[in-house]
Design a protein around this ligand. Structure first.
Ligand SMILES: *[C@@H]1O[C@H](CO)[C@@H](O)[C@H](O)[C@H]1NC(C)=O
Ligand SMILES: *[C@@H]1O[C@H](CO)[C@@H](O)[C@H](O)[C@H]1NC(C)=O
Ligand SMILES: *[C@@H]1O[C@H](CO)[C@@H](O)[C@H](O)[C@H]1NC(C)=O
Length: 629
């Protein structure tokens, strides 16, 4: 049985909500535009004292010298100032059709002191449409609401509405016990089912986790200032909002399933979406997914058919491919047909089609007579444009009923704008000239603040931890001999935990999955030998010693740690018995000034080595600047 609990009521005071009680919350209503000419119409809201939101805004775009124009007194006329358009520019206005337009008032102005806003032609001094700001208008501003209360499972300090679009819940405590508990906002004196679910602080729409006295910041329907709503998009009739930044819509026609996946993501990212590996839960292992990406250079979309046999990049394990591998690599077929792709404003939209029934044994069926469990993930593409580790993925089961009537549709418009990544943790420097022994263990790569936040943008699941630091920079002197003690796993049957150490001249590593030709071209300075058949084989595989997330920890929250030191404290180490593999590293005059330590099997897990003739204290800083340049 499903129990719905409404954890969060924001009993927003009446003057601070939209007039339209059923619609999404947009800020405080100022009024409807009075329409005089050029089909100007729309509703006007104050998001906060500095931001105006026009909703359903129309203007035919044919004025010669027409702007958003506002004034502090009197009526619309020559005494006024331009309000820049939604891009912050003061260009002559173009056509708008049912648009949602967000305007920042100019420096030094406030909506509560503005008298009127108009669509005004400066050349002909003509008002095409206007709205008056009421005399004692109070724009939504930071205000305190009561603490969360009502259930012993939930408590907080008084909730603050930072502006019309942001809620701060200080010191939220919730035991995480409810099955279907969400952040829920509504208008009115009591929580009720009339309201809307809002994403949690990470954008997930899933049942809430446990909160232990944390400050939680939530965005309401109105995007925070630098963002704006995306242009409206026709979607297929069935639609599921999988995350704030991801929706899938679909339609079944005959024996075909048409899907459209839309995601707010970076250009070098992918979304994987498809049928779960299990019929009764969402499981990545054994899943049949399409890996969707937009290739900007060729302006085309890909929806490549993949088979998931291990939670790892596609690697060869003793001659067989394992991990997240394209069907084509496995000797299968690509069963998806892409017929539309575009990328605009940070939003990638790809539509593709496949048959409901599996086209080959590697694929799975989409069933119509029962819910289909699906899986999804969003993450970065690696240098070969293959999916690397994912940063977003569901924590709960997700199922779709493909032909439900009326159609299942809970999608909401996206907001677009640049995604802000948290600042990366500092890269440690092991530059002490007395250091001759380095110990290499494994640990999580640390989310957006870890390896993914560094200039090379590698996004592996695991990273090398050297002398307790996350993939630090090392400095080695030519002519000296160093010992690298390696604990990276020595079971070649493991697709995920077999990491012999190598030192290479190129920054990628992961030689095992390269073609024979590419392997021959790679310059490896330590850690391999050639087999009699001419293949590269690693030499420095030691027992596995690895830091893992503590039980129950959620790696999607790695970004919450301000420093690597704090993150590192949250981890738990597990080390197999046995002596490490020892790799002797002796840089000589043939070595370039910059080399890298890496894993033989997976790409991007390591860091930089500065090779010097004389130790230098600040080589890292100049080196880092050079790397960025
Ligand atoms: C595809 O994945 C399934 C489930 O993990 C597995 O049984 C099958 O062998 C895979 N196919 C290939 C060719 O690896
Ligand atoms: C990380 O944790 C390990 C084990 O507790 C410790 O030896 C190491 O010094 C820590 N690293 C940092 C940078 O705090
Ligand atoms: C320099 O180092 C490379 C790679 O480790 C090695 O193959 C080569 O023999 C060394 N050269 C000399 C002169 O020692």
């Amino acid at each position: 049985m499903i129990t719905l609990c409404f954890l969060l009521l924001i009993a927003v005071t009446k003057d601070c909500v939209s007039q339209d009680e059923d619609g999404p919350y947009r800020g405080k209503f100022i009024g409807k535009l009075n329409s005089y000419h050029h089909q100007v119409s729309g509703e006007v809201y104050a998001v906060d004292d500095f931001t105006i939101l026009l909703v359903n805004f129309n203007y035919d775009g044919t004025g010669d010298d027409t702007f958003f124009w506002a004034g502090d007194s009197g009526r619309p006329g020559p005494q006024g100032f331009i309000v820049p358009n939604e891009y912050g520019r003061t260009n002559i206005l173009e056509r708008y059709y049912n648009a949602e337009v967000r305007l920042a008032v100019p420096e030094g102005k406030r909506i509560s002191r503005i008298k009127w806003l108009a669509v005004y032609d400066i050349g002909s001094q003509n008002t095409f449409g206007d709205v008056y700001v009421p005399d004692d208008f109070d724009a939504p501003a930071e205000r305190a609401i009561g603490p969360l209360a009502g259930s012993p499972a939930v408590s907080s300090k008084p909730v603050r509405l930072l502006d019309a679009s942001t809620i701060l819940i200080p010191e939220l405590r919730y035991d995480g016990s409810g099955e279907e508990v969400y952040f829920w906002v509504g208008v009115g004196p009591q929580p009720s089912s009339k309201g809307e679910k809002i994403p949690d602080e990470y954008g997930y729409l899933e049942p809430l986790r446990r909160y232990a006295g944390e400050d939680v910041r939530l965005a309401l329907g109105v995007p925070p200032a630098p963002r704006r709503p995306a242009a409206p998009r026709a979607r297929l009739p069935h639609c599921r909002q999988l995350h704030r930044d991801l929706q899938v819509s679909w339609e079944v026609f005959g024996n075909q399933l048409t899907l459209e996946v839309a995601a707010r993501m970076d250009e070098d990212e992918y979304v994987a979406f498809g049928i779960s590996g299990s019929d009764s839960a969402s499981r990545m292992l054994g899943a049949d997914v399409a890996v969707l990406q937009y290739d900007a250079a060729q302006q085309r979309g890909l929806a490549t058919d993949y088979n998931v046999t291990a939670a790892a990049p596609c690697v060869q394990v003793l001659g067989a491919w394992r991990g997240v591998c394209a069907d084509a690599v496995l000797g299968g077929l690509d069963s998806n047909q892409v017929f539309g792709a575009r990328r605009e404003d940070g939003l990638t939209v790809i539509s593709y089609r496949r048959t409901l029934a599996a086209a080959e044994p590697m694929d799975r069926d989409w069933a119509l007579d029962r819910p289909v469990y699906v899986v999804w993930a969003l993450g970065r593409l690696d240098a070969a444009r293959e999916p690397a580790f994912h940063r977003l993925y569901p924590r709960h089961d997700v199922s779709l009923r493909l032909t439900q009537d009326p159609p299942d549709n809970d999608c909401v418009p996206f907001t677009v704008g640049s995604r802000s990544a948290p600042p990366p943790w500092e890269v440690a420097e092991l530059f002490d000239p007395a250091l001759r022994v380095f110990t290499f263990r494994l640990g999580p790569a640390g989310g957006a603040r870890g390896l993914a936040g560094r200039p090379l943008r590698h996004s592996p699941p695991l990273a090398w931890y050297v002398n307790g630091q996350l993939a630090p920079d090392l400095q080695l002197r030519r002519g000296l001999q160093y010992v690298f003690k390696v604990y990276g796993g020595n079971d070649p049957h493991s697709a995920t935990e077999y990491h012999p150490l190598i030192v290479t001249a190129e920054p990628l590593g992961g030689l095992e999955r390269l073609s024979e030709l590419a392997q021959r071209q790679a310059r490896v300075l330590a850690g391999v030998h050639y087999t009699r058949r001419g293949r590269l084989a690693p030499t420095a595989a030691g027992p596995l010693c690895m830091a893992r997330h503590a039980a129950g920890a959620d790696r999607r929250r790695d970004d919450d740690y301000g420093t690597f030191r704090a993150f590192n404290r949250s981890l738990q180490w597990q080390c197999a018995a046995g002596a490490p593999a020892e790799l002797l590293v002796a840089p000589n005059t043939t070595w370039p000034d910059r080399v890298y330590y890496q894993s033989f099997t997976h790409a991007g897990m390591g860091g930089r080595i500065y090779v010097v003739d004389k130790h230098r204290r600040n080589i890292g800083r100049t080196g880092a600047a050079a790397a960025r340049a």
